[in-house]
Write a protein that binds this ligand. Structure first.
Ligand code: ZN
Length: 140
């Protein structure tokens, strides 16, 4: 069932702007920055609010639920750690942010724009946790 690697992936670059995000994935939480001045959410993380340029922010937890916005299948060159083509997708989260990751467990020929997807977490042998995308589980 699980057709995605648990080792060998490109590891995320962690800095003072992204450390909270990767700490959150280890705790199986999807976190985003929220501007302390205007309240705008932002993803990917960055040092300043793109709306009001404030440098003050806090984190907020996102639902991890959204709908498929677009996707592509990467056949070559395969990303590090992958032996098979990778479905890379953009999901529009319930909170309005877009999130990019790999789709796991779905044949790309069956994907439909707007269908529900959710974030799940897969620990990597190198000690970090990848936030990935899947169709929602029945009953969850
Ligand atoms: Zn702002």
């Amino acid at each position: 069932m699980l057709d995605t690697p648990t080792k060998g992936r490109s590891q995320p670059a962690v800095n003072q702007d992204t450390e909270f995000f990767w700490k959150g994935t280890r705790e199986r939480r999807l976190l985003a920055q929220c501007c302390a001045k205007c309240g705008a959410l932002r993803n990917p993380p960055g040092p300043a609010c793109p709306h009001c340029h404030s440098l003050d922010w806090h984190t907020t937890e996102l639902s991890g639920r959204g709908t498929l916005y677009t996707w592509t299948v990467v056949h070559a060159p395969l990303p590090m750690g992958f032996d098979d083509p990778v479905v890379v997708a953009v999901v529009e989260l319930e909170e309005g942010l877009r999130f990019v990751s790999d789709i796991v467990g779905a044949d790309p020929a069956t994907l439909t724009i707007g269908e529900p997807f959710e974030v799940f977490y897969l620990d990597q042998e190198e000690g970090w946790t990848a936030p990935l995308l899947r169709r929602p589980s029945v009953g969850s």
